[in-house]
Design a protein around this ligand. Sequence first.
Ligand code: ADP
Length: 435
Amino acid sequence: MLKNAKAKLAIILIITGLIGILSIGITTIITLENMVLENNSEIIKTTIIKIEIILCIITLIYIILSIFVGILISKKVIEPSEKLIDASEENVKEVSKQKKQIETMLLHMTDGILAFDMDGKISLTNPAATRLLRIMPEDDTFDKIFGKYNINVNLEKVIYLENWTSTAQRVAIGDNYIYMFFAPLRNEDETPNGVIVVIQDITEHVKLDNMRKEFVADVSHELKTPITSIMGYADTLLEGEYDKQTQEKFLNVIATEARRMAKLVTDLLTLSKYDNDEERTKKAEFDLGDLVKKCQEKLQIEIQKKHHNAECFVTANVPAVYADRDGIERVVLNILSNSIKYTPEKGTIKMYVGYIYNDAYVKIIDNGLGIPEEDLNRIFERFYRVDKSRTREMGGTGLGLSIAKEILDKNNGSIDIKSKKDKGTEVVIRIPIKK
Ligand code: ADP
């Protein structure tokens, strides 16, 4: 565009110059020719020819000079300025590209960003900030936005007092935990220019942290109960003279409590192995019906002790499943022993093995104590027990079902529990069959 304009300008200048020269020359010649017509003077005739020759030479020199001056101007002035304009056009493009990139980043960032000028007016915001801080259209200043939350921060403090340092705040907004990070914005010459706030949703983090704390508290509590009991009975035995029968009674309590601790620790280790992915599922093909029957055999003594009527039904031709056999055995043993434990004497326990579509299933149904509806969706939580004292007496750790769920997750399977208080419980596990 610019080159075109330059060419046009040069041509216009040359043509104007030419018209000027030619018009002066031609006017002079016409005047002289008129004089020739009047006087028929030979001198004037030769003067006209001379003038014509001079005119030609001047025109030629003019054209050569114009071209020369044109080239000179183009080299010294126009080309450098053209380069300058090209470069700045490039810069403008680059800046707008970067601006677009930053805008897209801000738009899709999960963290919120807010910037304020020195008067506390919003100068930049993104959707995450609006969502996390629940900013309304009328909230357009620092004070309006942060005044709502009980936090110890104001614009002046961030800009002037916290010289080069930053302030972090944590608030609960509704069900969410929000972390806010305030830092001063400065110009190149270090003068303050405003404040920037980074906002993060740390709800998941806080929840996990709480879960971890709860878990540690639960483990300590679960271990403390048997330890207290063991220490109590051991000290009593050491301090006094007791007859053989009492000694045996006390030693039995110590042994039971020690076994409970051992089971708890084993369960915890199993969980932690699955958590750390250490327990790599060594998958293999096996027959689910056989496995359930073997589990029943393993628990036969417990079944007989409580005079339960336990039966196992296996549908014909259940395809082999492909899973971690030891893990699945642990799951079935846990579910079956729960049925035995939480069903009063002379109960009925039925086990079914079958398959639907791509999954084989084991269904274990008892007519025992059942689980109240309000506890049902918490049953897979670690240490969750419906009736803490009662189930602890029965030797439960509250970890069995959470381990079962973990194992089935690792094997692409699933576990579901249906139950009615005082009526009974039905647990179904599904495991993929070998394709
Ligand atoms: P526990 O080691 O205490 O048995 P689980 O994780 O296996 O732990 O089970 C969690 C809780 O679910 C048990 O404490 C018990 O209250 C309840 N529960 C599990 N299975 C049954 C069942 N078949 N009948 C009644 N309650 C059950």
